[in-house]
Design a protein around this ligand. Structure first.
Ligand code: NDP
Length: 489
């Protein structure tokens, strides 16, 4: 039977970008079997061998950046500038993972402790084998790269299922990788709809890294539970910015607008809510409104950001905005009329009830709610008042880090927005409905490994108690010694 095919389309023009196979469960299983063989070969290359190849991959991305940025812009609808920014941070992540894998994961010695000083204790982080990666469409390179680069650097082979909206970008990545690793299919791409992703979750991969919506994340986790396959779940967010009385208001307004509208607001870490302390509220809002009026959406370089990628997302934005306005929100910039598919102009809403969808649910569009609060405590309480907990932002000259630590989120920027994405050493991931597990940084490398510990006996123990031939005296001495130490304060 011929393989079924599907197409991806340019969001701006509706033109077909390319045709791709709908991989069924058999095709997915076959890819995972090939990956098993490739994983052994890749692992045996060692840290230095893999580092060289991953640097080669990063060189491909750097050299061909304009070509890949154009493909991202074409298939996802974002502006060329947004695509370039996405690639800049992706390349940096890839290089960081390659450079730090050995130092982070190689075997290292640990102090054996008081009970068995005769033991050489060590731990290392070994690759799982085959890692499945399921990615979304909003950052078709950056989001999966957070798993792919770290899984590869840790010594795993990867089978990657891109979103049905961005398969051409996924295929481009696998082809570019194969140019520097032609020997084995260490990074494969499988394409199709949700069922292809579901087949990957059931395929027996050794770990699955999912990035997408919370609803799908739950389904993926349930499928993985059948085989006890461990998962990393990176889901959506409803990120908030807290603006304190001592904030730099120009910088805060600038960051709120960029954090809200960058990539047409289709960012899991996009700023969707701002809580602003009363004493600076009016000044903040006037700066924000002035800036927002200068920014427009448009295709082919005509806008500061591009089109929405999917029609379904536009429906969600419309529902949130119309509901907020119907419930008494004031549209400071734009409003329902700003939604002109496939583009959405910036929409800034004030006085939105705290239980409205626009405040509680992920909107994933260039919209921002702004809320006046009496003090920073109230701002933090409201910022933490959704089931999500991915990222956030705090503006305060004096108390930034203190307030950041009180945010229920995996990662927070202080006096900026989204800057953590440009620091590859920082682990990234959420809490609550935003998921769990970490990509990026040393935690991200370890996420794609199994911890392997060894206790090697160097010489006979001073007190031999782990034998049926032990003497009463040996055990008594040990117990007395531990009681003595245990009582110390
Ligand atoms: P979806 O959850 O719809 O899809 C994510 C991926 O899962 C796609 O590849 C999709 O395939 C696949 N999929 C769908 N159904 C299943 C299934 N039953 N089993 C396995 N895989 C399946 O998310 P979107 O693509 O719409 O992405 C947007 C979401 O991603 C937002 O909520 C956003 O916040 C979140 N996100 C989170 C990030 C983070 O790092 N925390 C980063 C970026 C985005 P297909 O597209 O073919 O249906």
């Amino acid at each position: 039977m011929a393989t079924a095919m599907f197409s991806s389309y340019e969001p701006v023009s509706g033109k077909v970008v390319g045709e791709f196979p709908v991989h069924d469960a058999d095709a997915v299983d076959a890819a995972v079997s090939r990956a098993r063989v490739a994983a052994t070969w890749w692992r045996e290359l060692g840290f230095a061998g893999r580092r060289d190849r991953l640097r080669g991959f990063s060189a491909q991305l750097a050299k061909r950046l304009p070509e890949l940025a154009a493909l991202i812009a074409q298939e996802n609808g974002k502006s060329d500038d947004d695509a370039r920014l996405e690639l800049v941070v992706s390349i940096d992540q890839l290089r960081w993972a390659a450079a730090h894998a050995e130092r982070t994961l190689r075997r290292r010695s640990l102090a054996p402790g008081i009970l068995l000083p005769n033991t050489a204790a060590s731990v290392e982080y070994q690759p799982y084998g085959v890692v499945g990666v399921i990615g979304p469409w909003n950052y078709p390179v950056f989001t999966p790269m957070g798993s792919i680069a770290y899984a590869l650097a840790a010594g795993n082979a990867v089978v990657f299922k891109p979103s049905e909206y961005t398969p051409a970008v996924g295929r481009w990545l696998a082809e570019a990788f194969a140019k520097v690793v032609p020997e084995q299919p260490v990074l494969q791409v499988i394409t199709g709809y949700g069922e292809t992703g579901a087949a990957l979750a059931r395929s027996g991969v050794d770990k699955l890294a999912f990035t997408g919506s919370t609803a799908t994340g739950k389904r993926v986790m349930a499928a993985c539970a059948e085989t006890l396959t461990p998962v990393v779940i990176e889901c959506g967010g409803k990120d908030a910015m807290v603006v304190a009385e001592d904030a730099d208001l120009d910088a805060a307004a600038d960051a709120a607008l960029f954090g809200g509208c960058f990539n047409s607001g289709q960012s899991c870490v996009g700023i969707e809510r701002a809580y602003v302390v009363e004493s600076v509220y009016d000044d903040f809002v006037s700066r924000l409104v002035e800036r927002a009026r200068e920014v427009h959406a448009g295709g082919n370089g005509a806008g500061r950001y591009g089109a929405m990628t999917t029609p379904e997302q536009i429906d969600i934005i419309r529902r949130h905005v119309e509901d907020a306005v119907a419930r008494g929100a004031q549209a400071l910039v734009g409003g329902p009329e700003s939604i002109r598919p496939p583009f959405v102009e910036p929409i800034i809403l004030a006085d939105v009830p705290e239980d409205a969808a626009a405040v509680q649910e992920e909107t994933f569009g260039p919209t921002l709610t702004v809320t006046r609060v009496s003090d920073v405590d109230s701002a933090i309480e409201r910022a933490n008042g959704t089931p999500y907990g991915l990222a956030g932002s705090v503006f305060s000259r004096e108390r930034g880090e203190e307030l950041a630590r009180r945010m229920r989120a995996g990662v927070v920027s202080v006096n900026a927005a989204l800057t953590f994405m440009g620091v590859p050493a920082l682990p990234f991931g959420g809490v609550g409905d935003s998921g769990f597990g970490r990509i990026h940084g040393a935690d991200g490398l370890r996420e794609f490994t199994r911890t392997h510990a060894v206790a090697r006996q160097r010489v006979a123990p001073p007190l031999a108690v782990m034998t049926f031939r032990r003497t009463d005296r040996a055990l008594r001495t040990l117990v007395a010694g531990v009681r003595l130490v245990g009582r110390r304060r």
